[in-house]
Write a protein that binds this ligand. Sequence first.
Ligand code: BES
Ligand code: MN
Ligand code: ZN
Length: 512
Amino acid sequence: MNTTKLSVSSKDIVAYRGDLLVICMAQPEQGLPSCEDRLRPLAMNALELGDFKAKMDEILILYPDRAIEKTFGARRVMLAGMGKVAETEDPCVLRETCRVVGGNIARQCAKIQAGSIMISLPVLSRLGPGGVAEGLAEGVLLGDYRFRKYKTEDKNEVPYPGLTKVVFHTSSGMGEVRKGVERGERAARAANAARDMANEPGNDWTPSRFGEYAQGLSDSMAMSLTILEKEDMQRLGMGGIIAVSKGSAEPPKMVILEYRPPQPAETILLIGKGLTFDSGGVSLKPATGMQDMKFDMCGGAAVLTAMQVIGEERPDVGVVAIIPATENMGGGAAVKPGDIIVHYGGVTSEIVNTDAEGRLILADALAYGIEKFSPCCVIDLATLTGAVIIALGHHYTGILANNDELAERIKEAGRCSGEPMWRLPLGPEYSKQIESEVADIKNTGGKPAGTITAAAYLQKFVGDVPWVHLDIAGTAWEFTEKSYIPKGPSGIGTRSLIHLVRNWSAFLRKTG
Ligand code: BES
Ligand code: MN
Ligand code: ZN
């Protein structure tokens, strides 16, 4: 939760007087799971009887008898299994283990209504105390997420307010642990902010709200903000976003937030689809499930919340974020099938299906952003096609790219963030599918390879700038069930982008 306070301590663990003391335990190759000496008498029976083996996802709660164990402060002790971590060499896999265990802890706390907890950090030599703390902090905060804003209180049952205090206990490496907790906390809070934006209904989270949120970031951490209004878009010739917004009473916004380090070697351009409600427009979507189309802004949410961490951490690389934001509605003035529009930069497009609107607003943002900011590379995130769900289900984000090195970097950032990604091809065969009889291109390529032809549309606007498109339609909500991923919007993309920027090494110089 937003109000949860995280801290680090090395004080005597037995004296901790909170709701719950958590011991994360790895499963040994042989014998009993190792246990903090002071807790051994308490846990001994369970370990010896084999009631707790420290398997992944295993949880056991013990209740110290404070009449006997007078020194004991905590009311409950929880053993949280981590599985066989000794076999794992890969720090990214170990960090995911910590995240999942963190999520398990948060879920268990909700069940027993524990508010203040202490977590004793496990030792995972291949990850180090900073990484362990980071993964656990991230997992706990992500797992403790809930969205109750619109639930009016039930008088008979006071809802669990979430964790209030989480203390990470370590006997060594305080500095590293503190930094790890802070990194995990920033990333989780950003992803939770993206979930909040998505959970807000379309009548609250309008294009203007993206602008207001960006204004808040710009005010509080020295990033410059430009919001292009409808008139600016018209003047600049952004025919894509104008066309999509025509059926809506909500004014469209193109939100541009710039982070500039003192000596920027290069600038990354991030673009996120901010479609605050996608009805399909005149090519109306079926009613069943249409309410989920309030989530069609998750790409924009990922980009904007990643900027929040970038603004805080101030890396050496410049980052510019653009969020084209609008609704897609039907109405007397709405764009119609058969209409021809002119994108920023002059490419003409025949609108075959008004429901293929994401590519229209992204095309303007890509063309404009690349011309204006000369980035070293561009990454866009969008809930772009239902077809990516057919291809990859709800487990992998689709990657489409014109540059292998950049695609690999993003894929690795995703893997290390617990957000797996899989690359699909591009090519002239697919681009041919979107050739139009009457304009330069058309906005759908038919049923076959819908995810690829959507990306082929975007490719028209990036030229030879290294570019990666992430189709998050399958993962932005209903993402793979995990302890730290709630039902509803997952906050996907935010943490992968943060990981990418945190670990950025010069791109142009290396590949150019
Ligand atoms: N926002 C949708 C894509 C989508 C569909 C996201 C389902 C999540 C779940 C997008 O704007 C859209 O409607 N795409 C169409 C394209 C088609 C008309 C070529 C689609 O996927 O059906
Ligand atoms: Mn659509
Ligand atoms: Zn859409």
